[in-house]
Ligand binder design. Structure first.
Ligand code: AMP
Ligand code: MG
Length: 398
Protein backbone atom coordinates (compact mmCIF):
# COMPACT_ATOMS: atom_id res chain seq x y z
CA UNK A 1 0.00 0.00 0.00
CA UNK A 2 1.40 3.35 -1.02
CA UNK A 3 1.86 6.21 1.46
CA UNK A 4 -0.25 9.29 0.73
CA UNK A 5 2.51 11.63 -0.48
CA UNK A 6 3.96 9.00 -2.76
CA UNK A 7 0.54 8.33 -4.30
CA UNK A 8 -0.14 12.06 -4.76
CA UNK A 9 3.24 12.57 -6.42
CA UNK A 10 2.84 9.52 -8.65
CA UNK A 11 -0.60 10.65 -9.80
CA UNK A 12 0.38 14.26 -10.44
CA UNK A 13 3.44 13.16 -12.41
CA UNK A 14 1.23 10.91 -14.53
CA UNK A 15 -1.20 13.68 -15.50
CA UNK A 16 -1.10 14.52 -19.22
CA UNK A 17 -1.78 18.24 -19.40
CA UNK A 18 -4.24 19.75 -21.85
CA UNK A 19 -3.07 21.40 -25.05
CA UNK A 20 -6.33 22.74 -26.50
CA UNK A 21 -7.30 26.34 -25.77
CA UNK A 22 -10.16 28.67 -26.60
CA UNK A 23 -10.84 32.39 -26.51
CA UNK A 24 -13.38 33.68 -23.99
CA UNK A 25 -14.69 37.08 -23.02
CA UNK A 26 -13.35 38.43 -19.74
CA UNK A 27 -16.79 38.01 -18.14
CA UNK A 28 -16.56 34.27 -18.85
CA UNK A 29 -12.97 33.86 -17.68
CA UNK A 30 -13.63 33.36 -13.97
CA UNK A 31 -12.34 29.95 -12.87
CA UNK A 32 -10.54 29.29 -16.16
CA UNK A 33 -6.80 28.77 -16.57
CA UNK A 34 -4.66 31.09 -18.73
CA UNK A 35 -3.34 29.35 -21.83
CA UNK A 36 -0.74 32.06 -22.51
CA UNK A 37 0.96 34.90 -20.68
CA UNK A 38 -1.45 37.79 -20.18
CA UNK A 39 0.01 41.26 -20.61
CA UNK A 40 -1.39 44.61 -19.56
CA UNK A 41 -2.77 46.59 -22.51
CA UNK A 42 -2.36 49.92 -20.73
CA UNK A 43 -0.40 51.58 -17.94
CA UNK A 44 -2.16 51.73 -14.61
CA UNK A 45 -2.77 54.40 -13.48
CA UNK A 46 -3.03 55.54 -17.06
CA UNK A 47 -2.22 59.18 -16.13
CA UNK A 48 -1.10 61.05 -13.04
CA UNK A 49 -4.20 61.74 -10.97
CA UNK A 50 -5.32 62.87 -7.56
CA UNK A 51 -5.95 60.45 -4.71
CA UNK A 52 -8.07 63.01 -2.82
CA UNK A 53 -10.61 65.76 -3.31
CA UNK A 54 -8.66 69.02 -2.94
CA UNK A 55 -6.54 71.58 -4.78
CA UNK A 56 -3.77 70.83 -7.27
CA UNK A 57 -0.77 73.12 -6.96
CA UNK A 58 2.89 73.40 -7.76
CA UNK A 59 4.59 73.38 -4.37
CA UNK A 60 7.47 75.70 -5.39
CA UNK A 61 5.02 78.12 -6.89
CA UNK A 62 2.80 78.00 -3.78
CA UNK A 63 5.80 78.71 -1.55
CA UNK A 64 6.76 81.66 -3.78
CA UNK A 65 3.25 83.04 -3.31
CA UNK A 66 3.35 82.57 0.46
CA UNK A 67 0.92 79.60 0.19
CA UNK A 68 -2.09 81.66 -0.91
CA UNK A 69 -3.26 81.12 -4.52
CA UNK A 70 -6.36 82.02 -6.52
CA UNK A 71 -8.39 78.98 -7.54
CA UNK A 72 -8.59 78.81 -11.35
CA UNK A 73 -10.37 75.97 -13.14
CA UNK A 74 -11.38 72.50 -12.10
CA UNK A 75 -10.23 68.96 -12.97
CA UNK A 76 -13.02 66.38 -12.70
CA UNK A 77 -13.02 62.64 -13.43
CA UNK A 78 -13.15 62.06 -17.16
CA UNK A 79 -11.59 65.42 -18.05
CA UNK A 80 -8.49 65.49 -20.23
CA UNK A 81 -5.41 66.85 -18.41
CA UNK A 82 -5.23 70.65 -18.46
CA UNK A 83 -2.55 73.26 -17.71
CA UNK A 84 -2.13 74.76 -14.25
CA UNK A 85 -1.68 78.50 -14.79
CA UNK A 86 1.40 79.71 -12.86
CA UNK A 87 0.53 81.29 -9.54
CA UNK A 88 -2.84 79.46 -9.24
CA UNK A 89 -4.40 76.39 -7.64
CA UNK A 90 -6.92 74.15 -9.44
CA UNK A 91 -9.92 72.47 -7.84
CA UNK A 92 -9.50 68.69 -8.30
CA UNK A 93 -11.44 65.55 -7.41
CA UNK A 94 -10.36 62.00 -6.57
CA UNK A 95 -9.27 60.16 -9.73
CA UNK A 96 -9.23 63.32 -11.86
CA UNK A 97 -6.11 64.03 -14.00
CA UNK A 98 -3.40 66.18 -12.50
CA UNK A 99 -3.01 69.38 -14.53
CA UNK A 100 0.38 69.84 -16.22
CA UNK A 101 2.63 71.88 -13.99
CA UNK A 102 1.05 70.71 -10.71
CA UNK A 103 3.03 68.38 -8.44
CA UNK A 104 0.87 67.93 -5.32
CA UNK A 105 -2.70 68.04 -4.07
CA UNK A 106 -3.68 69.78 -0.85
CA UNK A 107 -6.65 67.93 0.59
CA UNK A 108 -9.76 70.06 0.89
CA UNK A 109 -10.07 69.59 4.68
CA UNK A 110 -6.67 71.31 5.08
CA UNK A 111 -7.37 74.26 2.78
CA UNK A 112 -8.99 77.51 3.85
CA UNK A 113 -10.93 79.28 1.12
CA UNK A 114 -11.51 82.98 1.16
CA UNK A 115 -12.64 85.23 -1.72
CA UNK A 116 -11.76 82.59 -4.30
CA UNK A 117 -8.27 82.13 -2.87
CA UNK A 118 -6.95 79.00 -1.28
CA UNK A 119 -4.61 78.93 1.73
CA UNK A 120 -2.44 75.84 1.18
CA UNK A 121 -0.79 74.20 4.22
CA UNK A 122 2.93 75.03 4.41
CA UNK A 123 3.74 71.42 5.13
CA UNK A 124 2.61 70.24 1.67
CA UNK A 125 5.39 68.46 -0.22
CA UNK A 126 5.81 67.66 -3.91
CA UNK A 127 4.25 64.24 -4.70
CA UNK A 128 1.65 64.32 -1.94
CA UNK A 129 -1.77 62.82 -2.73
CA UNK A 130 -0.73 61.79 -6.23
CA UNK A 131 -1.22 58.52 -8.01
CA UNK A 132 1.51 58.32 -10.62
CA UNK A 133 1.15 56.91 -14.09
CA UNK A 134 2.28 53.27 -14.27
CA UNK A 135 2.99 52.88 -10.54
CA UNK A 136 0.65 49.86 -10.38
CA UNK A 137 1.69 48.20 -13.66
CA UNK A 138 2.94 49.13 -17.12
CA UNK A 139 1.54 48.30 -20.55
CA UNK A 140 3.23 45.13 -21.79
CA UNK A 141 3.96 43.86 -18.28
CA UNK A 142 3.08 40.16 -17.87
CA UNK A 143 0.32 40.04 -15.28
CA UNK A 144 -0.37 36.29 -15.37
CA UNK A 145 1.59 33.35 -16.65
CA UNK A 146 0.11 30.38 -18.51
CA UNK A 147 -1.46 27.89 -16.07
CA UNK A 148 -2.72 30.54 -13.67
CA UNK A 149 -6.30 29.99 -12.56
CA UNK A 150 -8.29 33.22 -12.76
CA UNK A 151 -10.09 34.14 -9.56
CA UNK A 152 -12.72 36.83 -9.06
CA UNK A 153 -10.04 39.27 -7.90
CA UNK A 154 -8.12 38.64 -11.12
CA UNK A 155 -11.12 39.76 -13.16
CA UNK A 156 -10.88 43.21 -11.53
CA UNK A 157 -7.19 43.45 -12.41
CA UNK A 158 -7.65 42.21 -15.97
CA UNK A 159 -10.51 44.63 -16.65
CA UNK A 160 -8.34 47.49 -15.36
CA UNK A 161 -5.56 46.31 -17.65
CA UNK A 162 -7.87 46.49 -20.67
CA UNK A 163 -8.16 42.73 -21.25
CA UNK A 164 -11.27 41.86 -23.19
CA UNK A 165 -10.85 38.43 -24.76
CA UNK A 166 -8.45 35.89 -23.30
CA UNK A 167 -6.93 32.55 -24.29
CA UNK A 168 -7.79 29.91 -21.70
CA UNK A 169 -7.36 26.16 -21.73
CA UNK A 170 -10.42 24.22 -22.76
CA UNK A 171 -12.48 22.63 -20.01
CA UNK A 172 -11.80 19.01 -19.06
CA UNK A 173 -14.45 16.55 -20.18
CA UNK A 174 -15.25 14.24 -17.30
CA UNK A 175 -17.39 11.09 -17.27
CA UNK A 176 -18.77 10.23 -13.83
CA UNK A 177 -20.44 6.94 -12.90
CA UNK A 178 -21.67 5.43 -9.63
CA UNK A 179 -21.36 1.67 -9.44
CA UNK A 180 -23.50 -0.47 -7.15
CA UNK A 181 -26.55 -2.72 -7.44
CA UNK A 182 -27.98 -1.13 -4.31
CA UNK A 183 -28.10 2.39 -5.69
CA UNK A 184 -31.23 4.34 -6.58
CA UNK A 185 -31.53 7.94 -7.77
CA UNK A 186 -33.28 10.28 -5.30
CA UNK A 187 -36.92 10.72 -6.28
CA UNK A 188 -37.55 6.97 -6.65
CA UNK A 189 -38.92 4.76 -3.86
CA UNK A 190 -36.40 2.46 -2.21
CA UNK A 191 -36.96 -1.30 -2.43
CA UNK A 192 -35.60 -3.40 0.46
CA UNK A 193 -31.80 -3.26 0.53
CA UNK A 194 -31.54 -0.20 -1.69
CA UNK A 195 -30.00 3.16 -0.81
CA UNK A 196 -29.95 6.54 -2.43
CA UNK A 197 -26.98 7.37 -4.62
CA UNK A 198 -25.04 10.46 -3.55
CA UNK A 199 -21.50 10.16 -4.93
CA UNK A 200 -22.22 10.86 -8.57
CA UNK A 201 -24.23 13.94 -7.70
CA UNK A 202 -21.57 15.21 -5.32
CA UNK A 203 -18.74 14.67 -7.78
CA UNK A 204 -20.67 16.42 -10.54
CA UNK A 205 -21.21 19.44 -8.29
CA UNK A 206 -17.54 19.67 -7.33
CA UNK A 207 -16.31 19.05 -10.85
CA UNK A 208 -18.56 21.68 -12.37
CA UNK A 209 -17.45 24.17 -9.73
CA UNK A 210 -13.87 23.32 -10.75
CA UNK A 211 -14.71 24.19 -14.36
CA UNK A 212 -15.24 20.70 -15.82
CA UNK A 213 -17.77 19.68 -18.45
CA UNK A 214 -19.40 16.76 -16.69
CA UNK A 215 -21.28 13.86 -18.23
CA UNK A 216 -23.12 11.88 -15.58
CA UNK A 217 -23.38 8.26 -16.71
CA UNK A 218 -25.67 7.63 -13.74
CA UNK A 219 -25.80 4.32 -11.91
CA UNK A 220 -23.90 1.36 -13.33
CA UNK A 221 -24.62 -2.14 -12.07
CA UNK A 222 -21.93 -4.38 -10.57
CA UNK A 223 -21.81 -6.38 -13.72
CA UNK A 224 -19.00 -6.97 -16.18
CA UNK A 225 -21.02 -6.04 -19.26
CA UNK A 226 -22.35 -2.82 -17.73
CA UNK A 227 -18.85 -1.78 -16.68
CA UNK A 228 -17.47 -2.63 -20.14
CA UNK A 229 -20.13 -0.45 -21.75
CA UNK A 230 -19.14 2.39 -19.43
CA UNK A 231 -15.37 2.13 -19.87
CA UNK A 232 -15.69 1.74 -23.64
CA UNK A 233 -16.87 5.38 -23.62
CA UNK A 234 -13.80 6.43 -21.66
CA UNK A 235 -11.46 7.34 -24.50
CA UNK A 236 -13.61 10.36 -25.42
CA UNK A 237 -13.03 11.97 -22.03
CA UNK A 238 -10.10 13.51 -20.22
CA UNK A 239 -11.14 11.92 -16.95
CA UNK A 240 -13.33 8.96 -16.08
CA UNK A 241 -14.26 8.79 -12.42
CA UNK A 242 -16.16 5.88 -10.94
CA UNK A 243 -17.19 5.36 -7.34
CA UNK A 244 -17.75 2.06 -5.59
CA UNK A 245 -16.68 -1.46 -6.46
CA UNK A 246 -12.98 -0.75 -6.10
CA UNK A 247 -12.13 -2.94 -3.12
CA UNK A 248 -11.69 -6.71 -2.99
CA UNK A 249 -15.21 -8.19 -2.77
CA UNK A 250 -16.40 -10.52 -5.61
CA UNK A 251 -18.68 -7.73 -6.76
CA UNK A 252 -15.85 -5.22 -6.84
CA UNK A 253 -15.27 -5.57 -10.53
CA UNK A 254 -14.18 -2.08 -11.50
CA UNK A 255 -10.45 -2.75 -11.37
CA UNK A 256 -10.79 -6.07 -13.17
CA UNK A 257 -12.84 -4.67 -16.05
CA UNK A 258 -10.64 -1.59 -16.23
CA UNK A 259 -7.64 -3.82 -16.97
CA UNK A 260 -9.28 -4.70 -20.33
CA UNK A 261 -9.32 -1.03 -21.37
CA UNK A 262 -6.33 0.64 -19.81
CA UNK A 263 -3.27 0.41 -17.63
CA UNK A 264 -3.59 0.57 -13.89
CA UNK A 265 -0.83 2.58 -12.28
CA UNK A 266 -1.75 2.57 -8.65
CA UNK A 267 -4.16 0.81 -6.35
CA UNK A 268 -4.62 1.29 -2.62
CA UNK A 269 -3.27 4.22 -0.68
CA UNK A 270 -2.41 4.21 3.00
CA UNK A 271 -5.17 6.63 4.00
CA UNK A 272 -8.36 6.54 6.00
CA UNK A 273 -10.95 6.84 4.65
CA UNK A 274 -10.34 6.13 0.97
CA UNK A 275 -7.83 3.28 0.92
CA UNK A 276 -9.02 1.33 -2.16
CA UNK A 277 -8.44 4.16 -4.64
CA UNK A 278 -7.25 3.14 -8.10
CA UNK A 279 -5.67 5.29 -10.82
CA UNK A 280 -4.61 4.62 -14.38
CA UNK A 281 -4.89 5.67 -18.01
CA UNK A 282 -7.07 4.68 -20.95
CA UNK A 283 -5.15 5.38 -24.14
CA UNK A 284 -3.13 8.58 -24.41
CA UNK A 285 -5.75 10.99 -23.24
CA UNK A 286 -7.91 9.57 -20.48
CA UNK A 287 -7.13 9.57 -16.78
CA UNK A 288 -9.07 7.01 -14.81
CA UNK A 289 -9.91 7.25 -11.11
CA UNK A 290 -11.84 4.57 -9.25
CA UNK A 291 -12.89 6.03 -5.92
CA UNK A 292 -14.22 4.00 -3.01
CA UNK A 293 -18.00 4.00 -2.60
CA UNK A 294 -18.49 5.35 0.88
CA UNK A 295 -19.64 8.93 0.40
CA UNK A 296 -17.06 10.30 2.81
CA UNK A 297 -14.27 8.30 1.13
CA UNK A 298 -15.36 9.79 -2.18
CA UNK A 299 -15.15 13.32 -0.77
CA UNK A 300 -11.74 12.79 0.82
CA UNK A 301 -10.22 11.18 -2.26
CA UNK A 302 -11.71 13.88 -4.51
CA UNK A 303 -10.04 16.53 -2.36
CA UNK A 304 -6.69 14.74 -2.05
CA UNK A 305 -6.27 13.48 -5.61
CA UNK A 306 -8.73 14.82 -8.15
CA UNK A 307 -8.75 18.48 -7.22
CA UNK A 308 -4.93 18.75 -7.55
CA UNK A 309 -4.98 16.54 -10.66
CA UNK A 310 -7.36 18.97 -12.37
CA UNK A 311 -5.05 21.89 -11.58
CA UNK A 312 -2.04 20.05 -13.01
CA UNK A 313 -4.04 18.99 -16.09
CA UNK A 314 -4.55 22.74 -16.70
CA UNK A 315 -0.77 23.40 -16.28
CA UNK A 316 -1.59 24.97 -12.91
CA UNK A 317 -0.32 24.59 -9.37
CA UNK A 318 -2.28 22.47 -6.93
CA UNK A 319 -3.24 24.79 -4.08
CA UNK A 320 -3.93 23.00 -0.86
CA UNK A 321 -2.83 24.48 2.41
CA UNK A 322 -2.48 22.72 5.70
CA UNK A 323 -3.05 25.15 8.55
CA UNK A 324 -2.22 24.74 12.23
CA UNK A 325 -5.24 24.69 14.53
CA UNK A 326 -5.81 23.93 18.20
CA UNK A 327 -7.70 20.69 18.78
CA UNK A 328 -10.92 21.20 20.73
CA UNK A 329 -11.25 17.54 21.70
CA UNK A 330 -8.95 14.53 21.88
CA UNK A 331 -8.69 11.66 19.43
CA UNK A 332 -6.97 8.30 19.99
CA UNK A 333 -6.28 5.56 17.47
CA UNK A 334 -3.88 2.86 16.24
CA UNK A 335 -1.14 4.37 14.04
CA UNK A 336 -0.94 3.12 10.45
CA UNK A 337 -2.70 5.23 7.86
CA UNK A 338 -2.83 8.98 7.26
CA UNK A 339 -6.30 9.80 8.48
CA UNK A 340 -8.65 12.65 7.67
CA UNK A 341 -11.21 13.49 10.33
CA UNK A 342 -14.28 15.49 9.47
CA UNK A 343 -13.96 18.62 11.53
CA UNK A 344 -15.62 21.88 12.31
CA UNK A 345 -13.14 24.73 12.04
CA UNK A 346 -13.85 28.01 13.72
CA UNK A 347 -11.99 31.00 15.09
CA UNK A 348 -11.91 31.91 18.75
CA UNK A 349 -10.24 35.18 19.70
CA UNK A 350 -8.29 35.13 16.49
CA UNK A 351 -7.10 31.51 16.86
CA UNK A 352 -8.12 28.67 14.58
CA UNK A 353 -9.79 25.79 16.42
CA UNK A 354 -10.66 22.35 15.08
CA UNK A 355 -13.30 20.10 16.55
CA UNK A 356 -13.24 16.47 15.39
CA UNK A 357 -16.90 15.70 14.82
CA UNK A 358 -18.67 12.84 16.50
CA UNK A 359 -19.24 9.85 14.16
CA UNK A 360 -16.12 9.31 12.04
CA UNK A 361 -17.23 6.01 10.43
CA UNK A 362 -16.81 6.46 6.68
CA UNK A 363 -20.49 5.53 6.12
CA UNK A 364 -21.60 8.39 8.42
CA UNK A 365 -22.72 11.41 6.42
CA UNK A 366 -24.55 13.26 9.23
CA UNK A 367 -21.34 14.97 10.42
CA UNK A 368 -20.91 16.51 6.95
CA UNK A 369 -23.50 19.06 8.03
CA UNK A 370 -20.88 20.71 10.26
CA UNK A 371 -17.78 19.77 8.29
CA UNK A 372 -15.77 22.66 6.86
CA UNK A 373 -12.36 21.03 7.02
CA UNK A 374 -10.45 17.85 7.74
CA UNK A 375 -8.00 17.27 10.57
CA UNK A 376 -5.02 15.43 9.14
CA UNK A 377 -3.59 12.73 11.44
CA UNK A 378 -0.16 11.55 10.27
CA UNK A 379 0.36 7.84 9.59
CA UNK A 380 2.62 7.28 12.61
CA UNK A 381 0.47 9.33 14.99
CA UNK A 382 -1.63 7.75 17.75
CA UNK A 383 -3.89 10.80 17.87
CA UNK A 384 -3.92 14.05 19.78
CA UNK A 385 -5.12 15.56 23.02
CA UNK A 386 -7.39 18.55 23.42
CA UNK A 387 -5.33 21.74 23.28
CA UNK A 388 -2.62 20.26 21.04
CA UNK A 389 -1.82 21.75 17.65
CA UNK A 390 -3.11 19.72 14.70
CA UNK A 391 -2.91 20.21 10.93
CA UNK A 392 -6.15 20.98 9.15
CA UNK A 393 -7.13 21.02 5.50
CA UNK A 394 -9.82 23.68 5.12
CA UNK A 395 -12.50 23.01 2.55
CA UNK A 396 -12.86 26.62 1.46
CA UNK A 397 -16.01 27.20 -0.53
CA UNK A 398 -17.23 23.57 -0.31
P1 AMP B 1 -18.13 -0.14 -2.32
O1 AMP B 1 -16.93 0.76 -2.50
O2 AMP B 1 -18.84 -0.41 -3.60
O3 AMP B 1 -17.75 -1.37 -1.58
O4 AMP B 1 -19.15 0.66 -1.42
C1 AMP B 1 -18.85 1.01 -0.09
C2 AMP B 1 -20.08 1.54 0.60
O5 AMP B 1 -20.48 2.74 -0.02
C3 AMP B 1 -21.28 0.63 0.52
O6 AMP B 1 -21.95 0.73 1.77
C4 AMP B 1 -22.11 1.21 -0.59
O7 AMP B 1 -23.48 0.93 -0.47
C5 AMP B 1 -21.84 2.69 -0.44
N1 AMP B 1 -21.96 3.37 -1.71
C6 AMP B 1 -21.35 2.99 -2.86
N2 AMP B 1 -21.64 3.85 -3.85
C7 AMP B 1 -22.44 4.80 -3.33
C8 AMP B 1 -23.08 5.95 -3.88
N3 AMP B 1 -22.93 6.28 -5.14
N4 AMP B 1 -23.83 6.69 -3.06
C9 AMP B 1 -23.98 6.35 -1.77
N5 AMP B 1 -23.40 5.28 -1.20
C10 AMP B 1 -22.64 4.49 -1.96
MG1 MG C 1 -20.36 -1.53 -4.30
Amino acid sequence: MMPLEQAQTAILQAIRPVSGAETVALAQAHGRYCAEDLQAHVDHPGFDNSSMDGYAVNVGDARAHDWVLPVVGVSSCGDAPQMLAPGTAMRIYTGAPMPHGANAVAIQEDVQLQDGRARIPRTLEAGENLRCRGEDFRAGEVLYGAGRKLRATDIALLATAGAERLRVYRRPRVLVASTGNELVIPGHALAPGQIYESNGLTLAVHLRAAGAEVTDAGIVRDDVEALRALLARGKDYDFVITTGGASVGERDLVKQVFAEFGTLQLWKVRIKPGKPLAFGHIGERTHFFALPGNPVSTLVTYKLFIEPALAVWHHGEPQQWLLAATAVNSFRRQPGRTEFLRARLHAEQGRLKAEALHGQGSHMVGPLRDTNGFIRVEAESAGFAAGELVNVLPLGSW
